[in-house]
Design a protein around this ligand. Structure first.
Ligand SMILES: [Zn+2]
Length: 342
């Protein structure tokens, strides 16, 4: 039977039921017994109808209160949520609809395209622009791999987040692991060029950031890491991973002096990158601005979107700083003096 036929039959049944009321006292008990399986049957039909509508793309956004627990993440976003849609086709089609995740999907989908493009351009640059082409391309490649994986896991997660509890949990773990990969990847070219002439501290710092990054990825596999209760824990873990860069920064600044650190060391750009990243994590953890105006940022300018934009901007600023370091190295023709890290 077609869905429409079923629905109309279901409606007719309901009308007939209503017409038979009121029920005489002695029959009441019997009717109550009969309505239970009937109700279950109607619920099943409603469910089938809903699945069919989702498949057709005929779903509507719903308010926060009616979301199932596993979709309840931010209670300051009052309306405009996608309903649970256990169909990947429906989830991917929702990229082109307006709801609470539209901005989150697009900010990182466009960021992903930008970094994929930048990465390909950097990898295809002629070898004559590098002092050690193979090593330098590997080092830049790690940064782009981190950025591209982070951004693609992120937009994929936000797209399939409403699929089902299991899918949302799996993809949220990928999303968090992606952030750790981006941070680890960002450290690689920065440490490579900043400590170009001192391989020992360079190796030590690279090893430490790898251990910390892998630890963050392991922590992100914990099922409760993704729950709203641990929003601050998440911000803290990734902030801590990023802030581990303070140690090599201090090392560099003390050894080379403040002037050299801010000029050839590009510390101004890396400082800007850190400010953007920390601001993003802060807004994310505190859920600003929607905390102050619940329901006003349901679709656009919610904290998560601002955080997404700041992540892309920070990664871009980082790439710019690292490119300047690379250019400086190229200008020196690969030479090292006795008393320099750089
Ligand atoms: Zn996100």
């Amino acid at each position: 039977m077609s869905q429409v036929g079923r629905a109309s039959k279901h409606l007719k049944g309901k009308v007939e039921e209503e017409q038979t009321c009121p029920v005489p006292q002695e029959e009441e008990e019997e009717v109550r017994v009969l309505t239970l399986p009937l109700q279950a049957h109607h619920a099943m039909e409603k469910m089938e109808e809903f699945v069919y509508k989702v498949w057709e793309g005929r779903w509507r956004v719903i308010p926060y209160d009616v979301l199932p627990d596993w979709l309840k993440d931010n209670d300051y976003l009052l309306h405009g949520h996608r309903p649970p849609m256990p169909s990947f086709r429906a989830c991917f089609k929702s990229i082109f609809r307006i709801h609470t995740e539209t901005g989150n999907i697009w900010t990182h989908l466009l960021g992903f395209v930008l970094f994929l493009f930048l990465g390909i351009l950097t990898m295809l640059r002629p070898n004559m622009y590098f002092m050690a082409p193979l090593q330098e391309k590997v080092v830049f490649g790690m940064f782009f791999l981190g950025a591209v994986l982070c951004l693609s896991f992120s937009w994929l997660f936000h797209t399939v987040y409403c699929h089902s509890e299991k899918v949302s949990r799996t993809f949220s773990k990928l999303d968090y692991s992606g952030i750790a990969l981006l941070i680890m990847g960002s450290f690689v070219p920065w440490l490579y060029y900043s400590f170009y002439c001192s391989p020992q501290p360079r190796l030590i710092y690279l090893s430490i950031v790898c251990v910390l990054g892998i630890s963050a990825i392991i922590v992100a596999q914990w099922d409760r890491f993704a729950t709203p209760k641990h929003r601050q824990t998440r911000a803290g873990v990734f902030l801590g991973l990023g802030l581990s860069g303070v140690v090599p920064t201090m090392h560099f600044t003390i050894a080379e002096g403040f002037v050299k650190a801010t000029t050839v060391g590009q510390m101004g750009w890396f400082f800007l990158m850190a400010v953007m990243y920390i601001t993003g994590a802060g807004l994310y953890a505190a859920r600003i601005p929607e905390r102050f105006f619940p329901g006003k940022f349901d679709i656009w300018f919610q904290s998560h979107q601002i955080f997404h934009v700041l992540v892309v901007a920070a990664a871009f600023v980082h790439f710019y700083g690292v490119s300047n370091l690379q250019e400086f190295r190229y200008g020196l023709e690969g030479g090292c003096t006795d008393d320099s890290l750089l």
